[in-house]
Design a protein around this ligand. Structure first.
Ligand code: NAD
Length: 264
C-alpha cells in the first residue's frame, strides 16, 4: 500500500541488497521515504534493484557499497547521504552475518567480523546520524537485533553476544535522546527464510540426510512455536510502525517478532 507518511524523509538501510533489509527498505519506500541502499552483491543486479524501487514507489534512491566492518567506509557512506539527501532521518542498522561453531573452535577473525558488522557498525552509523536527527528534532533508529539478542543458542557465541550488545546499545541510544523527537528501538526476529537462514537449512539437510523441506520443518519445530517463518514484509510493517506518529513514545524496546520463540 502506497502512502505519503514518510515523504521527504530519507532512510538508510544497511544490508538492504537482500532478505530482511530489502523488505524493510521496500516498506519504507512504500510510505514515501527516499532510500539509501547498502550491502553486497552483483553490481548490475543492485543497480536494477534500487532504481526499480525508485520507479515503483516514486521515491529517490542511492546505493553505497560500504563494508560495515570498515569505519572509514561507513563515514564515506554517510558523507554520500549528506551530499545527496542532506542527511539521514531514518536509520535501520540491519547488516549482519553469522557463524556457527563452539567457543573453543571459534575462528578469532570470524568473532571480530561478527562483532564489527552486527554491533560496532551500528555505533558508527548512529553517532554519525544523530547530529542530523537532533537538528531536525526528528529521527528514527531501528536496530535489527534477533531473538538471539534475548536468549542464547549453543554454537552462536559471537552472534548472540553481538545481538545482546545491540539490544543494550538500543536502550542507551533511546535514553540519551529521550527528551527529543529521536527514538531508537530494536526488532528481534525469529527464523526468517533469507540467505542467512537458508545456509542453516542446507547444513541441517546435509547433516541429517533429509530433504530441504523437512530440514525447514525441523528447524521451525525446534524453536518457533508458530511453525511458520517470519517474513521480511512483516518486519517491514513493524519498522514502518516504529517510524509512525503512533510510536512516538515507543522508546528503547526490543520487540520480538519470532512466532513465540522467546515466550517459551
Ligand atoms: P541476509 O544474508 O539475507 O542479508 C544480509 C545483508 O547484509 C545483505 O544485504 C548483505 O550484503 C549485507 N552485508 C553482509 N555483510 C556486510 C558488510 N560487511 N557490509 C555491508 N553489508 C553487509 O540476512 P538477513 O537474514 O536478511 O539478516 C538481516 C539482519 O537480520 C541481520 O542483522 C541478521 O542478524 C538479522 N536477523 C535475521 C534473522 C533470520 O532468521 N534471517 C533472524 C534474526 C535476525
Amino acid at each position: 500500500m502506497n502512502s505519503t507518511m514518510l515523504s521527504g524523509k530519507t532512510a538508510l538501510v544497511t544490508g538492504s541488497t537482500s532478505g530482511i533489509g530489502l523488505g524493510i527498505a521496500r516498506a519504507l519506500a512504500a510510505q514515501g521515504a527516499n532510500i539509501v541502499f547498502n550491502g553486497f552483491g552483483d553490481a548490475a543486479q543492485i543497480e536494477q534493484l534500487h532504481t526499480g524501487v525508485a520507479k515503483e514507489f516514486g521515491v529517490r534512491t542511492a546505493y553505497s557499497g560500504a563494508d560495515m566492518s570498515k569505519p572509514e567506509q561507513i563515514e564515506e557512506m554517510m558523507r554520500m547521504a549528506a551530499a545527496q539527501f542532506g542527511g539521514v532521518d531514518i536509520l535501520v542498522n540491519n547488516a549482519g552475518i553469522q557463524h556457527v561453531s563452539n567457543v573453543e573452535d571459534f575462528p578469532v577473525e570470524k568473532w571480530d567480523a561478527i562483532i564489527a558488522i552486527n554491533l560496532t557498525s551500528a555505533f558508527h552509523t548512529t553517532r554519525l546520524a544523530l547530529p542530523w536527527m537532533k537538528q531536525k528534532n526528528w529521527g528514527r533508529i531501528v536496530n535489527l537485533a534477533s531473538v538471539h539478542g534475548l536468549v542464547g543458542s549453543a554454537g552462536k557465541s559471537a552472534y548472540v553476544a553481538a545481538k545482546h550488545g545491540l539490544v543494550g546499545f538500543t536502550k542507551v541510544t533511546a535514553l540519551e535522546n529521550a527528551h527529543s523527537g529521536v527514538t531508537c528501538n530494536a526488532i528481534c526476529p525469529g527464523w526468517v527464510l533469507t540467505p542467512l537462514v537458508q545456509k542453516q537449512v542446507d547444513d541441517r539437510a546435509a547433516r541429517d540426510g533429509i530433504p530441504m523441506e523437512a530440514a525447514k520443518k525441523a528447524l521451525l519445530a525446534e524453536k518457533q512455536p508458530s511453525g511458520e517463518f517470519v517474513t521480511p514484509e512483516e518486519l517491514g510493517a513493524l519498522a514502518v510502525f516504529f517510524c509512525s506518529p503512533a510510536a512516538d513514545q515507543v522508546r528503547g524496546v526490543a520487540w520480538n517478532m519470532d512466532g513465540g520463540w522467546a515466550a517459551q
